[in-house]
Design a protein around this ligand. Structure first.
Ligand code: NAD
Length: 695
């Protein structure tokens, strides 16, 4: 008997228990164990029915993703399904916790299903760019109405046991303990003379004009799935379920599954899945490093960021003392928080009582001393070294021993901030992204002296706040902003050379970015980039910029907030409208600087923007600022609107091929402002060795 699939017989009913914690992943050993036990139950004359069960927490979370894209190990799940279909004895699935992906397909291979009230049932494969490859696309539409089956498979969102019962996907909701309920259910149906009821023999649940139904379904799904091939392939399989015999439908499913597993989009989504799980692994900080307790927080500065950070804490149930310098500032800050919550309540996404509970966890103050009980203090005051150092000096004097002192600085040297205290080991950067209560990215900036347990605690806290914490070393801009500066620099050079803001934005968006650089600038405020550049002109003469952006900002065109930036904005409307005035400004700038224009292709625009990110990313990796290429990818996927199906800039470069990326960079280095295109030595080396960033 296999350990992962246990076998027992109770009152003439064979019980096969999936025992592969934590989620009963359907790896090869488990599949083989289930297969063997099904055969054993079938052969045993004392057995009248079979119950297939996991734990109360998990029936099964589905396939082992690591097996995707590799040669299939036998028996695969379709083999197990075939054995289920061949059974002459009724087969009952007892579903606890969740039956997802292959887990639900295994349950669909059973003849009857009983579930605990809280069980979730779903086929989330689409989230990894694939489709249910073991009969799911054929069996689900025979159990639930076709429209619902398509919705479940194209969104990947699970349904509750109750909903599943309504649709007929679940036969009974267990009232008591799962195994006992399943055994009595099996006995009940045996006493009623139940026979195996194979899902494959049932008709698909669709009525009316099948062709019209699928035309509409395809149009709807196509609209919502740009860049992702899987959803339309799912509709194709569902259509096969409606129009072809079961085995032919299975073939359509099998072919489409094989196709999707091989796509770059699916590889990118799988990369993202693993990358997210990697970020908290820090080579020199053991996973079992004891962490400090974080039960109370203080946030200093109740402006744009401080307010959002305070919301992140109370959303996770951690009480916060929010402190600002004046009564007026703190009142304003709290009002904004209330307004934000109220908007969520009015959209029906938060209950009024939960809003009240969260607001009840925020205490406002204008005294730094009120941070003295906090386990962590996050500072989000003005971005000036003197202001930050002064504040950290004060915090050092009042914070309790062992409190973590965190700075939300986006550009300043965390080590210098730490120097203002006598406890640099407790100082760390927590770089939230705006809006801080919404954005998932949290760059955790490890200072030279940051203690390991402070780092481990902050990473754990980041997860508790539902963020994706990514470790960054100290450097100007950390991972994300250091890279985006190079991207912004290219976007301006493209204007110098003849492109228009709308051409650059359209090319970037068509490639998959949430928005192009100029629309993004208008949203963030053009004064911010302008301030940074002005500082650069003084501090870093090696940073070359086109001054065309300054010409726009000098006119007070700061973007959306002033109604004008790179584009025009109608009052109350965020839609960017191209502005002939901007065209004139750019043109005058070109003439004044004797710049020659040329036609620039969309492909070149995308390469220049994205490879600027990649080249800087390679330097960041080489310097050890980022721990791994996939961390850089996560920064861009969760903080900068990078399209998941591209897998992040470093993964994208891998899919293009690093030698191809390098040869484009070499070509750019001979073009306009070519001196800034120095290929990162790591890129050169990997390209030469035929390797990847994400090896
Ligand atoms: P903000 O101007 O909106 O808010 C700053 C707040 O700090 C103000 O309410 C101010 O009254 C208060 N303050 C200033 N000095 C103080 C002091 N000594 N004691 C108490 N309160 C004080 O600024 P912001 O945009 O929220 O930025 C805050 C920090 O976050 C900066 O370091 C910034 O670089 C960083 N950051 C900003 C963004 C962003 O998109 N705005 C993103 C990431 C990080």
């Amino acid at each position: 008997m296999s350990d992962v699939a246990q076998y027992a017989v109770r009152d003439g009913i064979a019980v096969i228990t999936l025992n592969n914690p934590p989620v009963n992943g359907l790896g090869n050993a488990l599949r083989a164990g289930v297969m063997e036990n099904l055969k054993k139950a079938e052969a045993d004359p004392a057995v009248k029915a079979v119950v297939l069960i996991g734990s109360a927490k998990a029936f099964s979370g589905g396939a082992d993703i690591r097996e995707f894209g590799k040669p299939r190990l036998k028996p695969d799940l379709p083999d197990v399904n075939d054995q289920q279909d061949a059974m002459k004895k009724p087969l009952v699935a007892a579903l606890g916790g969740f039956a997802l992906g292959g887990g639900l397909e295994l349950a669909l291979g059973c003849h009857y299903r009983i579930a605990l009230p809280k069980t979730q049932l779903g086929l989330p494969e689409v989230k990894l760019g694939i489709l249910p490859g073991s009969g799911g696309t054929q069996r689900l539409p025979r159990m639930v109405p076709m429209a619902e089956a398509i919705r479940m498979m194209t969104t990947g969102d699970p349904i509750s046991a109750e909903k599943a019962k309504e649709f007929g996907l679940v036969d009974e909701i267990a009232q008591g303990e799962l195994l006992e309920s399943a055994l009595s259910y099996a006995k009940k149906i045996l006493s009623q003379g139940a026979k195996p009821k194979r899902v494959r023999d049932l008709p698909p649940k669709i009525e009316g004009d099948v062709k019209a139904f699928f035309d509409e379904a395809r149009a709807m799904v196509a609209k919502g799935s740009k860049g992702y091939p899987a959803p339309l392939k799912i509709v194709e399989c569902a259509e096969a379920a409606a129009t072809k015999p079961f085995d032919e439908g299975r073939k359509v499913e099998r072919d489409n599954f094989a196709y999707l597993v091989g796509t770059t989009e699916s590889a990118a989504l799988r990369h993202m899945f693993f990358a997210e799980r990697q970020t908290s692994k820090i080579p020199d900080v053991a996973e079992d490093t004891p962490t400090r307790e974080v039960k109370k927080a203080a946030v200093i500065g109740a402006g744009t960021m401080g307010g959002g950070i305070a919301m992140s804490f109370v959303n996770a149930g951690i009480p916060v003392t929010l402190i600002d310098a004046t009564q007026e500032a703190i009142d304003r800050g709290l009002k904004t928080i209330e307004k934000n919550y109220a908007a969520t309540v009015s959209k029906g996404r938060l209950k009024q009582e939960d809003m009240d509970k969260r607001l009840g966890l925020i205490k406002k103050s204008i005294k730094i001393e009120d941070a003295k009980d906090a386990d962590i203090v996050v500072e989000a005051v003005f971005e000036r070294m003197d202001v930050k150092q002064d504040l950290f000096r004060k915090l050092d004097a009042i914070a309790k021993p062992g409190a973590i002192l965190a700075s939300n600085t986006s550009t300043l040297d965390v080590d210098k901030i730490a120097e203002a205290t006598k406890r640099p080991q407790d100082v760390i950067g927590t770089h939230f992204f705006s809006p801080a209560n919404v954005m998932r990215l949290l760059e955790v900036v490890r200072g030279k002296k940051t203690a390991k347990d402070v780092l481990a605690t902050t990473m754990k806290l980041g997860k508790a706040l539902k963020k994706v914490p990514v470790v960054s070393g100290v450097c100007d801009g950390f991972i994300g902003n250091r890279m985006i500066e190079k991207y912004g620099q290219q976007s301006l050079f493209l204007l110098d050379e003849g492109a228009s803001p709308q051409q650059v934005d359209a090319a970037a968006q068509k490639w998959g970015l949430a928005m192009g650089p100029f629309t993004m600038g208008d949203m963030a405020g053009l004064d911010i980039g302008w301030e940074i550049r002005k500082r650069r002109y003084k501090e870093r003469p090696d940073f070359v910029y086109s001054k065309v952006g300054d010409r726009i900002a000098e006119l007070g065109r700061f973007g959306q907030k002033t109604g004008k930036g790179w584009y025009l904005y109608e009052p109350g409307n965020r839609k960017p409208v191209p502005d002939p005035e901007v065209e004139k400004i750019i043109d005058e700038y070109r003439k004044a600087n004797d710049l020659k224009t040329r036609n620039i292709s969309d492909d070149e625009i995308v390469e220049r923007l994205i490879y600027a990110l990649v080249n800087e990313g390679a330097k960041i990796l080489e310097e050890g600022i980022a721990l791994r290429a996939s961390d850089i990818d996560m920064v861009y996927l969760t903080g900068y609107g990078f399209p998941p199906y591209r897998g992040g800039p470093m993964f994208y470069a891998d899919t293009v091929g690093l030698s191809k990326v390098l040869s484009s960079i070499e070509k750019f280095s001979k073009g306009y402002m070519g001196a800034i295109w120095k290929p990162a030595p790591l890129l050169v080396k990997l390209a030469k060795d035929g390797r990847k960033f994400n090896d």
